[in-house]
Design a protein around this ligand. Structure first.
Ligand code: TMP
Length: 264
């Protein structure tokens, strides 16, 4: 059946730099750039739970593009350059800081569990937490002491990351509030962008319903990955609703899941 295979599949020719649970990074067209490819894989609980959900990658690519482009536009530096196609975007190559930076506005998820708070309780102020990005250790929560002692980031870099995280939170909270969605919490990643001898910290990875908690203000419906984590169903419908409210998807438009697929 070899004749059925496409003769030229650019994806096979590209050098794969890194494959994560939901994304693949390929070498970019120019030095200092990468291509970030969004897969349809959904994982939770450190990949113990895994499913392929048709169309998730396409939606996250579009939603993350929208959010990163707006961050760039308001002067919050990110790795994002532009979207290339349904599943891919061109990004600047950065040195990823091995931290998951979580910003919380409302008690939910692991914070609600850890401190015995009722989910949905407004927090007295936004809280920033750091988790060490390490699957084998289940991404443990760490403090600034751990981060500086082990050299994952310097005190100045932590200050820069926190300032970025607050700006991202303020921007996203307002943006989502405007379309009837409450930004409960989100996770972001940061990277070092080198420009000659100069280095600055930029927002990296993705911001999408995979990495945020988004609740409909009226109905309290969850419009994020908790639909998968908690077996609620309707994940594509929820992500599509977020895309529609942001004006990315037309009112009656549905995402076409049959874009270019990852060739393994
Ligand atoms: P948590 O309540 O489970 O700690 O999650 C906090 C936020 O971080 C939530 O918006 C989901 C997001 N998140 C990720 O993006 N990746 C992860 O691996 C985890 C655990 C959470």
């Amino acid at each position: 059946m070899d004749f059925l295979k496409p003769r030229y599949t650019p994806m096979n020719r590209r050098r794969r730099i890194y494959e994560g649970k939901a994304k693949v990074l390929y070498e970019g067209p120019e030095p200092g750039t990468l291509i970030q490819h969004f897969k349809d894989d959904a994982t939770a609980f450190n990949a113990k739970k895994h499913e392929v959900i048709d169309g998730k990658g396409v939606l996250n690519n579009r939603i993350s593009e929208y959010l990163f482009q707006h961050l760039n536009d308001i002067g919050v530096p990110t790795h994002f350059i532009r979207r290339l196609n349904m599943r891919e975007q061109l990004i600047r190559e950065v040195e990823i800081i091995p931290l998951e930076i979580v910003v919380r506005n409302v008690a939910a998820g692991s914070l609600a569990q850890r401190l015995g708070l009722e989910e949905g309780t407004q927090l007295p102020r936004s809280i920033i937490e750091f988790y060490y990005k390490n699957d084998a250790l289940n991404d443990p929560m760490v403090s600034e002491e751990h981060i500086t002692a082990f050299g994952w980031a310097t005190p100045q870099e932590i200050d820069d990351i926190m300032a970025l995280a607050i700006r991202v939170n303020d921007f996203l909270s307002g943006l989502f509030l405007g379309v009837g969605i409450r930004l409960v919490d989100f996770k972001m990643e940061a990277g070092r962008l080198w420009e000659g001898d100069m280095m600055r910290i930029v927002v990296a990875d993705e911001i999408s319903p995979d990495s945020c908690r988004l609740w409909d203000i009226k109905s309290q419906d969850k419009l994020d990955k908790d639909r998968f984590r908690r077996d609620l169903g309707g994940l594509i419908e929820a992500y599509s609703e977020v895309a529609r409210r942001l004006g990315i998807l037309g009112e009656n438009e549905n995402i076409q899941a049959t874009g270019p697929r990852l060739v393994q």
